[in-house]
Design a protein around this ligand. Structure first.
Ligand SMILES: [Cu+2]
Length: 196
């Protein structure tokens, strides 16, 4: 809709005429029809839930962190351990059934592996794996770890790690051979993180 200027008083009232001319140079307020409303953007998928917790050693000291992102069909977990945190070399890690790391001497309150269907232990076992099984992580010469692993065991929901009594990430002294029972020869439990 174009603005209609009435400039009748152009000669008689030059002041008003100048004002009208100035207005005429302004962009017409209604010249452009309003743009149609943009279609609603499709709803973004919900951001993965992230869970973080300290990892503690056998003295109850925090040596690092876990960070778990829960996806639709897998979770992804980062394991970060500070220098001096672990003995160098490979270490078996598993999800254990109870979120209790309070007995730092042995971490036995975390119970056995998460294993709702009584599968055999071992990512390489034809009758496995159980739901707590994970790849080994490698501690550098300085004892630090930066690793990322995945699991089909969910963080939340049915069969999830954050069930009524929670779960724990346990780090063992030795590597897991991913085959032998019950824990692939991974040895004592030397670090623990509560997932609850
Ligand atoms: Cu274990």
């Amino acid at each position: 809709m174009r603005r209609v200027l009435t400039i009748t008083p152009l000669l008689a009232l030059p002041f008003l005429a100048l004002t009208a001319a100035a207005q005429a140079q302004e962009p017409p307020a209604q010249a452009t029809p309003p743009a149609p409303a943009a279609p609603a953007a499709p709803a973004a998928p919900a951001a993965p839930q992230t869970f973080e917790a300290d990892i503690q050693n056998g003295k109850g000291e925090a040596i690092g962190r876990i960070a778990i992102r829960d996806g639709a069909s897998a979770l992804v977990m980062r394991v970060t351990i500070n220098a001096g945190g672990l003995p160098p070399g490979w270490h078996g890690i598993h999800f254990h059934a109870v979120g209790d790391c309070s007995d730092t001497e042995k971490f036995e309150k975390s119970k056995a592996h998460v294993n709702h269907d009584q599968s055999k232990h071992g990512l390489l076992n034809p009758d496995g794996p159980d739901e707590g099984d994970l790849p080994n992580v490698y501690a550098n010469a300085d004892g630090s770890v930066n690793a990322e692993v995945s699991s089909e065991t969910p963080l939340t929901g049915e069969g999830g790690l954050k069930d009524g009594d929670g779960s724990a990430l346990i780090i063992h002294a030795n590597p897991d051979d991913h085959t032998t029972q019950p824990i692939g020869g991974a040895g004592p439990r030397i670090a623990c993180a509560v997932i609850k």
